[in-house]
Design a protein around this ligand. Structure first.
Ligand SMILES: NC(=O)c1ccc[n+]([C@@H]2O[C@H](COP(=O)([O-])OP(=O)(O)OC[C@H]3O[C@@H](n4cnc5c(N)ncnc54)[C@H](O)[C@@H]3O)[C@@H](O)[C@H]2O)c1
Ligand SMILES: O=C(O)C[C@H](O)C(=O)O
Ligand SMILES: [Mg+2]
Length: 628
C-alpha cells in the first residue's frame, strides 16, 4: 500500500494518472517534461516517506516551509521549529546568514573562525555520525570549545541563520494537547537521554527563545563523547513557550513563536504535558533540564525530581563541580579537605547556578561540622552573597525565597563594616575572603578594584572562580587574576582560557570549572543503575569523585580540575560512584539484562567493567541487508 494522501480535492482521473505514473516507475515530481509545467506547482507529489526521512531527503525537504497541515499529515510535527516560513523568507534568512559571515569576517578572525568550524563539524554530524564522534573524542580538547561553550553560545545567538537540517524536537505552546502523539514522530524507539531547554537563559546570554536548541545539542554531544551514550538514543528538545527577547519578537525571520513567554499555570501545563509525553513513550529516559531561567529552574526541579528521572544541570551539576573545585582550592592551600568549613566565601550571583552552589557548599560544610542544626547554622556564616543589588541581608525587601537562607543578619554585617546592598568591592575589602566565586553572567565583574581588594585576603592562596559563560561573560580573565592578585592564586573559569605564562618558567594554571565534568557521569550512572530518581546522595558522590580525581601533587600546582582530554575517564568513574550510591540507597532497578539483583552482586571492578562495556564507541559496524 502506498502512503498516498491527497492534500487537495483532486479528480479521481488525475489521481489514477499519477498512480499509474508511479507504478510505471516514473516519479511525477522528477519528471521534467514540459507538458506538465503548467500544473507543476499545484500537482501533489506522492511520497513514500514520512517523518525525518522526508527532512533528510533533499528532494522533498521544504524545511521550515512545511505548512502545519502538511506537518501533521507527514508526521513532521515537532521535528521543525514552530514558525512556518514562506520560501522567500527562507531565502532571506539564508542570505542574511551569508552576509553576516562576510561582515564578521571583516571585523576579526576569531568568531567567524569558530562559527566556520562549527558549520564544518555540523555538516559532518549530519552525514556521518560515527566519523563525527570519532573526531570529537580524539580531539576533544580542540573541539569541545566549538560544539560546547563558548562557541555554542554564538551558535545559539545566530541559530536562525545557521539552521539547516533540524536536529531534535520542538514542542511549542501551540502544541498543547498534541504532545502525547507528537513524541511518536521521533524515529527512535529507545531514547536514553533528553536535554531540554526553554531557551530562557542560554549561558550568560539571556533569553534566546527557540534558538536555545543549540545548547541542548551541545550538551548531548558531550553525553556521547564523554559518557558514551549511543547517539541514536539522545534527543535534544526545545520547549517554545514564546520569548521575551524584543529583538527576536520583531525579527520576521525568527524561527520560534512570536509571542511573549507563557507564565504561571499556563507555562507549567506545557512543561507537565511534555514530561508526561516523553515518559509515556520512553519510561526509562533521563531528562536533563538546561538553561531555564532561575525563576523556573528551582520550581520545576522540586516539581519533578521525586517522580521523574530528571535533574537540573545548572543547579545541581554546577553545584557538584563547584564543590569539587572548592575542596581542591582548600587542598591547594596545603590544608585538608576537612578544613573546608573555615573558608570564607564571597559569591557574586544568586541565580540558579549561584544558589545551587551555595546550598551544596553549605551542606558539605555542615556535614563536616557534625551534620546537625547548629553545624548548618554556623556553616551559613561562611558565605556572603552579592547579587545585582549588592550584598543580600535580612533587610532586603522581596528577596527571592531561594536566596533568603543566605541573607546575612544586619547586626552581624554591621560589625563587619558592611550593610545591605554593599558593593562587591566593599564586601571583598571587609571580608578578605579565601574564595571569590562568580556566577553572575556579568563579564568583567571582578574588576581591577575587586581583584586588588582580594589581595587583602587572609588566605595564603586565594581562589578565584570566574564561572560565567561564555568567554565574554567571565567575571575576569586568568591574566587579570594572576597579574593583579598574585602568582599563587588558584584560578578556574567556566569557559576555557589558556594557561598564563608568569615568567621565570612558571605557569599560572587556568582550570575549566564547568559542569561538563559531572553531568555526563550523573546521566550515565543513573541510566546504568536504572535509578528511579536522582538523589542528593548520588549528586554528592559524583562531586566527591571529581574532587578525589586530582592528586595532591596536581592541586598543589593549582590544578584543581582534570584536563578535558581525560573527560571520558572521569565520566566513567563518576558513573561508577553514582551506580554504587543508587544501589546503597536502594533506588537501582537495573538496566536491560542487568537487573537490580545482578547489579547488587557486582564488586567495584565488575561495576567498572559493566560501565565500560556499556559505553558506546564510534566504530563502523558491518552492515547486512535483509528485506523487511
Ligand atoms: N561554569 C559552569 O559550569 C556554569 C554552570 C551554570 C551556569 N553558569 C553560568 O552562570 C551564569 C549565571 O547563571 P544563572 O542561571 O545563575 O543566571 P541568573 O540570571 O539566574 O543569575 C544571575 C545572578 O547574577 C546576579 N547579578 C547580576 N548582576 C550582578 C552584579 N553586577 N553583581 C553581582 N551579581 C549580579 C543577578 O542578580 C542574579 O542573581 C551564566 O553566565 C551561566 O553561563 C556556569
Ligand atoms: O553550558 C555550560 O557551559 C555550563 C552551564 O551549563 C551554563 O549554563 O553556563
Ligand atoms: Mg547551563
Amino acid at each position: 500500500m502506498s502512503h498516498f494522501k491527497s492534500p487537495l480535492r483532486l479528480s479521481t482521473s488525475l489521481i489514477r494518472q499519477l498512480k499509474q505514473r508511479v507504478r510505471m516507475g516514473s516519479n511525477p515530481l522528477q519528471s521534467h517534461s514540459r507538458s506538465f509545467t503548467s500544473i507543476e506547482g499545484h500537482r501533489p507529489v506522492i511520497v513514500h516517506k514520512r517523518s525525518l526521512d522526508i527532512l533528510h531527503d533533499p528532494w522533498f525537504n521544504k524545511g521550515t516551509s512545511f505548512s502545519i497541515t502538511e506537518r501533521d499529515r507527514l508526521d513532521l510535527r515537532g521535528l521543525l521549529p514552530p514558525n512556518v516560513m514562506t520560501s522567500d523568507q527562507q531565502i532571506e534568512r539564508f542570505m542574511a546568514d551569508l552576509k553576516t559571515l562576510e561582515h564578521k569576517a571583516r571585523d576579526g578572525p576569531s568568531d567567524p573562525n569558530a562559527l566556520a568550524m562549527w558549520r564544518i563539524l555540523n555538516r559532518l554530524h549530519d552525514r556521518n555520525e560515527t566519523m563525527y564522534y570519532k573526531v570529537l573524542i580524539a580531539k576533544i580538547a580542540e573541539y569541545a570549545p566549538i560544539v560546547y561553550t563558548p562557541t555554542v553560545g554564538l551558535v545559539c545567538q545566530n541559530y536562525g541563520g545557521l539552521f539547516r537540517r533540524p536536529r531534535g524536537m520542538y514542542f511549542s505552546a501551540e502544541d498543547r494537547g498534541e504532545m502525547m502523539s507528537m513524541v511518536y514522530n521521533w524515529p527512535a524507539d529507545q531514547v536514553d537521554m533528553i536535554v531540554v531547554t526553554d531557551g530562557s537563559r542560554i549561558l550568560g546570554l539571556g533569553d534566546l527563545g527557540v534558538q536555545g536548541i543549540g545548547i541542548a545539542i551541545g550538551k548531548l554531544d558531550l553525553y556521547v563523547a564523554a559518557a558514551g551514550i549511543n547517539p541514536q538514543r539522545v534527543l535534544p528538545v526545545m520547549i517554545d513557550v514564546g520569548t521575551d527577547n524584543e529583538k527576536l519578537l520583531k525579527d520576521p525571520l525568527y524561527l520560534g513563536l512570536q509571542r511573549h513567554r507563557l507564565d504561571g499555570d499556563e507555562y507549567l501545563a506545557v512543561i507537565d504535558e511534555f514530561m508526561e509525553a516523553v515518559f509515556t513513550r520512553w519510561p526509562h529516559v533521563i531528562v536533563q533540564f538546561e538553561d531555564f531561567q532561575s525563576k523556573w529552574a528551582f520550581k520545576l526541579l522540586q516539581r519533578y525530581r521525586n517522580t521523574f528521572r530528571m535533574f537540573n544541570d545548572d543547579v545541581q551539576g554546577t553545584a557538584g563541580v563547584a564543590i569539587a573545585g572548592l575542596l581542591g582550592a582548600v587542598r591547594a592551600q596545603g590544608s585538608q579537605m576537612i578544613d573546608f568549613p573555615k573558608q570564607k566565601i564571597v559569591v557574586a550571583g544568586a541565580g540558579s547556578a549561584g544558589i545551587g552552589v551555595l546550598n551544596a557548599a553549605r551542606k558539605t560544610m555542615a556535614r563536616m561540622l557534625g551534620n546537625n542544626e547548629h553545624a548548618f547554622v554556623s556553616a551559613g556564616r561562611q558565605f556572603w552573597v552579592v547579587d545585582a543589588n549588592g550584598l543580600i541581608t535580612d533587610e532586603r525587601e522581596n528577596v527571592d525565597p531561594e536566596a533568603r537562607p543566605f541573607a546575612r543578619k544586619s547586626k552581624e554585617i554591621h560589625r563587619q563594616g558592611l550593610r545591605e546592598g554593599a558593593s562587591l568591592v566593599e564586601v571583598v575589602q571587609q571580608v578578605k575572603p579565601d574564595v571569590l566565586l562568580g556566577l553572575s553572567a556579568v563579564g568583567g565583574l571582578f574588576s581591577k578594584e575587586v581583584l586588588e581588594a582580594l589581595r587583602g585576603s587572609t588566605s595564603t592562596r586565594p581562589a578565584i572562580f570566574a564561572m560565567s559563560n561564555p568567554t565574554n561573560n567571565a567575571e575576569c580573565t586568568p591574566e587579570e587574576a594572576f597579574s593583579i592578585v598574585g602568582d599563587n592564586v588558584v584560578f578556574a573559569s567556566g569557559s576555557p582560557f589558556k594557561d598564563v605564562d608568569l615568567g621565570n618558567g612558571h605557569i599560572g594554571h587556568c582550570n575549566q570549572g564547568n559542569n561538563m565534568y559531572l553531568f555526563p557521569g550523573i546521566g550515565l550512572g543513573t541510566l546504568l543503575s536504572g535509578s528511579r530518581v536522582i538523589s542528593d546522595g548520588m549528586l554528592q558522590v559524583a562531586a566527591e569523585c571529581l574532587a578525589a580525581y586530582m592528586t595532591d601533587e596536581e592541586v598543589l600546582k593549582g590544578v584543581i580540575y582534570p584536563s578535558i582530554s581525560s573527560i571520558r575517564d572521569i565520566t566513567k568513574k563518576v558513573a561508577v560512584a553514582v551506580i554504587k550510591e543508587a544501589l546503597d540507597e536502594d533506588l537501582a532497578e537495573g538496566y536491560r539484562e542487568m537487573d537490580a539483583r545482578e547489579l547488587r552482586k557486582l564488586n567495584q571492578e565488575e561495576i567498572e567493567e559493566y560501565v565500560q562495556n556499556n559505553m558506546w564507541s564510534p566504530e563502523y559496524p558491518t552492515l547486512v541487508y535483509k528485506k523487511e
